[in-house]
Design a protein around this ligand. Structure first.
Ligand code: HEC
Length: 137
């Protein structure tokens, strides 16, 4: 009886030991697999967004569909919003006004367009000419 118990305990310990070893191995395998996947992802991941813009913003389209409601004719004439073409404001002012808006006057577009896109919008505004069809920057 005593001896049987001992054997049983021994067997139990062995079994537990084996289980923890196999769990550890499984974990290690999972870790290695994750690391390999990460390494692969690294090597095929596109360069960070500061190097290549995702999809270049179609500013002309944005103006036609959104801003044009108040900045008519791509901002070339004053309407509900002021004329933007030939603005004497600094780039920084235009950038900040688009990004942060002006409460009660114009919405803040900072949650819709990222900084890079807003810079593109400013570039578009700067390129506006009275007698030329606006082009995307
Ligand atoms: C609902 C009308 C409305 C819409 C839509 C709108 N704006 Fe405006 N925007 C205004 C008004 C009004 C002002 C003038 C705010 C003020 O009193 O200084 C303004 C000002 C600006 C200015 C600063 C011009 C200046 O000289 O003060 C810029 C730049 C501008 N808007 C760009 C945009 C762009 C880009 C969009 C589209 C993404 C847009 N706006 C959409 C109404 C609008």
């Amino acid at each position: 009886m005593m001896r049987g118990n001992y054997v049983q305990q021994l067997f139990c310990c062995l079994a537990l030991g084996w289980m923890s070893v196999s769990v550890a191995t499984a974990n290690e395998e999972a870790n290695t697999a994750t690391q390999m996947r990460l390494a692969q992802a690294d090597s095929v991941a596109p360069p960070s967004s500061s190097e290549t813009p995702k999809k270049k913003l179609d500013v002309k389209n944005v103006f036609r569909n959104i801003c044009g409601f108040c900045h008519e004719n791509y901002g070339r004439v004053a309407a509900k919003g002021p004329q933007l073409m030939s603005s004497e404001r600094t780039d920084e002012f235009l950038f900040n006004r688009i990004k942060n808006g002006l409460p009660g006057r114009m919405a803040a577009w900072g949650s819709i367009f990222d900084d890079e896109q807003i810079r593109l919008i400013v570039k578009f505004i700067r390129s506006l000419k009275p007698d030329e069809d606006p082009q995307n920057p």
